[in-house]
Design a protein around this ligand. Structure first.
Ligand SMILES: [Zn+2]
Length: 510
């Protein structure tokens, strides 16, 4: 979600009820009056000195020494906040917790009311599903050939508070307090008249609830005219069998729908023929001789290239292993995002561009050395591969730069439009789907998927995601040697070769 660049806005509001709560429209006991707004920069020195007895008791407990890195990050963050450099809308921790609680109640409602082809910020859905739906709506020769690209102007900033208060199924008083909490910017208070609080726990689900309903409306009005709707957050596409249909009938209806909610379409967005192609979610979709292809878009490629270039420039004098550790997640993340697209060429192209940048980086460090010497220092040969950018770290472990072109291109199976993870009738469907995605087969599939879900998809040792890309193994909670059972209740899923929290974390944090 975009944040207002160059501004500093700290939102601190104590707008949460302290006693009974009825999450869905019932009464709640609330503090009277407007939510107090606290300017953290001004208040910080006072907070430090006004210690209650409780605080003093807490302070007297000697904390265990935290790692250097942790305290460094905290002190940097504190300095940034004090200097006003930190750009964010930060609700208080109490508000965040309360919003998370409300989100638990709102999610099942949002999933049930959602447009079948909305894919952004929803449980169990991804941009890959949205891309697959583009193929369903456009790939065959008898599909629609025209589409309207829609982008909602400043969606999160402009949603009408009145509309939300009248239509979002949650406690109106709480919602009003969240929406009207205002924000602090450079020491001044600015009231908020429209929009959802960006960066808050509930903003995406509130925006989804506001935009849902458009698909059903379009389907009802334009039956048999190949009108399909695909939305990801505030970015959407509508297909149709003619340019005129989209311009004179579909667009005015969408405009009206948006206007009711205080929203407008960005005027620069246009109607495109599929033969000319269009960009959506970082991909370019275009028909080449009647065949629809999905490739990484030019802008998306340029963005990752410039991010990598920035990292390399910022590490002119850094250790090689540190540079590799910063680059690998970027390359891996980008390649994984595009692994369902026609991306082999883009992957190779990125690898080549990175190689050029790294060669310049290495040459610059040793202006008086020859090419052979530089190659030997920074590049190695592993197996059949030459020019592998890698080195040994201080523990003698190999650190190697990953290649985007090593990522396998795999087919993505789209989620069914009406699949609802909160409806128990769909349990088997989701278990099978997760099992397939994770490469889990066989008689234990169901139990393994349950374990994975119980751990929120994360490794029990390091807390990072276990996906089809990472290898995994089962680990006993209590070792069997101590007489514990062999059942699944005594096991957790962890990454293969992931041994304990601290070792892994400290490796990653370097
Ligand atoms: Zn792990």
């Amino acid at each position: 979600m975009p944040t207002a660049a160059g501004s500093m806005s700290l939102r601190f509001s104590g707008s949460t009820p302290t006693q009974e709560l009825d999450l869905l429209g019932g009464s709640a006991t609330l503090p009277a009056g407007n939510p107090p707004i606290v300017d953290v920069v001004a208040e910080y020195p006072k907070m430090r000195h006004n210690k209650s007895e409780e605080d003093a008791a807490v302070d007297s407990i000697q904390p265990k020494p935290t790692s250097c890195l942790c305290s460094k990050v905290l002190s940097n963050l504190k300095a940034q906040v004090m200097e006003g450099q930190y750009e964010a809308t930060i609700p208080t921790m109490e508000d965040r917790a309360m919003q998370a609680l409300y989100k638990l109640a709102l999610d099942p409602i949002a999933e049930t009311l959602a447009d079948p082809n909305s894919y952004g910020f929803r449980t169990a859905r991804s941009s890959a599903d949205a891309a697959s739906q583009c193929f369903t709506a456009l790939a065959r020769s008898n599909c629609a050939q025209w589409m309207l690209e829609g982008d909602i102007k400043g969606c999160f900033d402009n949603i009408s508070h009145d509309w939300m208060l009248a239509n979002i199924p949650m406690d109106k008083v709480i919602l009003q307090k969240w929406l009207k909490a205002g924000l602090m910017e450079n020491g001044k208070f600015f009231p908020t008249y429209a929009g959802t609080p960006q960066g808050s726990v509930t903003s995406a689900v509130l925006a989804n609830l506001t935009l849902d309903g458009l698909e059903a409306m379009l389907k009802k009005h334009f039956k048999g005219q190949k009108v399909n709707y695909i939305r990801f957050a505030d970015d959407f596409l509508v297909t149709g069998n003619s340019k005129e249909l989209l311009k004179y009938q579909v667009k005015p209806m969408i405009k009206e729908f948006m206007a009711e909610r205080g929203l407008m379409l960005s005027p620069e967005k246009t109607k495109t023929n599929i033969a000319d192609g269009f960009d959506f979610l970082g991909w370019n979709f275009r028909k080449y001789k009647g065949k629809l292809l999905q490739k990484p878009s030019k802008d998306n490629f340029a963005a990752v290239r410039s991010k990598i270039s920035e990292i390399i420039s910022a590490n002119k004098t850094a250790k090689q292993e540190n540079l590799i550790q910063q680059l690998n997640p970027v390359i891996r993340g980008w390649a994984n995002y595009h692994r369902h697209a026609v991306a082999k060429r883009s992957f190779s192209s990125l690898d080549y561009q990175i190689w050029i940048m790294l060669w310049q980086w290495a040459k610059r460090r040793h202006p008086n050395k020859g090419a052979k010497w530089i190659k030997k220092k920074y590049f190695m040969t592993t197996g059949m591969r030459n020019w592998v950018f890698g080195c040994k770290d201080q523990d003698g472990k190999m650190v190697i730069l990953v290649k985007a072109s090593d990522t396998a291109i795999v087919r993505h199976t789209k989620i069914k439009g009406d699949a609802n993870p909160f409806d128990s009738n769909w349990n088997t469907y989701f278990e099978d789907r997760i099992g397939r995605q994770m490469g889990i087969k066989g008689r234990n599939q169901k139990k393994l998927v349950h374990l994975w879900l119980r751990q929120n998809g994360n490794c029990q040792n390091c807390g990072d995601a276990i996906t089809s890309q990472t290898r995994w193994r089962l680990q006993y909670i209590i070792p069997r040697l101590l007489g514990e059972s062999d059942t699944f209740s005594n096991r957790v899923l962890v990454h293969e070769g992931c041994n304990g929290l601290f070792a892994y974390r400290s490796l990653k944090a370097v």
